[in-house]
Design a protein around this ligand. Sequence first.
Ligand code: ADP
Ligand code: MN
Ligand code: MN
Ligand code: MN
Length: 337
Amino acid sequence: MPFKAEYIWVDGTRPTAKLRSKTKIVEDGAELPIWGFDGSSTNQAPGDKSDCVLRPVFSCPDPIRGGNSVLVMCEVELITGAPHPTNTRRACAEAAEKFADQEAIFGIEQEYTFFKDGRPYGFPVGGGFPAPQGGYYCGVGADEVFGRDVVEKHMDLCLQAGLHLSGINAEVMPGQWEFQIGPVAAPQVADELWVARWLLYRIAEDFDVSAMLDPKPVKGDWNGAGAHTNFSTNAMRDNYDAIITACDALGKDGKVAEHIAGYGAGIEHRLTGMHETAPWSEYSYGVSDRGASVRIPWQVERDGKGYIEDRRPNANCDPYVVTRLLINTCCSALANA
Ligand code: ADP
Ligand code: MN
Ligand code: MN
Ligand code: MN
């Protein structure tokens, strides 16, 4: 029997890229071939030179279709075989390769918001606002939690696909949730995160809601949505000096702006200094500090080793870019320490 392969890729939409996918029927026993698509429909090519190439780089069982079906994460290439300008994975893989001896791993906390009929799921149907934040985070009960059926289904699908999902929780704003992927090395952690995002969008279709990665879905006194990125190298997992070296490296001249520019569109609307964030323009780090750019978990200080949490990346970030920046900044500092 031939099987269904869902080829998934990141498009060229700006300022925030979108996921695209289409299905290829592959002969039983055959390898996943390279494939192509119309780049003029995805903001990746002009109409007269529209062909772009899909190169499979990560695949897993497709838990929705079942059987032998697979999900296939792809890199986009030009017909010359060079990475397409919108292909951020290649540079991520190269950075990971360059510093492979440091064994960097990542756990990414993906926050997101369900929308239904143009408003966050759980916001009053007639308009206006629900009760202020306070009871929703990790809440239970139909008055506080919205969309749990979708979240449970998504969690099962991620596990069946073999993704390194490490947990889920309800977030601070109604209709807002989080799942975590990791700890896994780059670029695989980012491949898995993109596939988990695809599964989330796809399964939400069946529940007639949509999942959005908007970093500030509701203006005013409502939390934004981030993608806290937890990061460690073998040295950081061994000693506290390496933890501090990594924290200091992220605060160096030029690095703050470079990271903020790569952490997702609209980041200045989320990193205001309120709602458990540090202002985007000022770098800080601290133990247990959810108002700092980078948090050192309390157990890490106690144990004198572990990992750090970069709290700045937006929910709509590209994890290939975020992990590449962290590797280049922190691993080069650690290599010279
Ligand atoms: P928070 O307390 O900020 O909500 P979470 O429990 O949501 O934290 O997420 C923490 C993430 O950090 C998880 O994905 C976990 O796998 C990851 N993690 C744990 N240890 C490490 C480590 N040594 N290096 C990188 N990531 C790690
Ligand atoms: Mn979390
Ligand atoms: Mn969270
Ligand atoms: Mn966190």
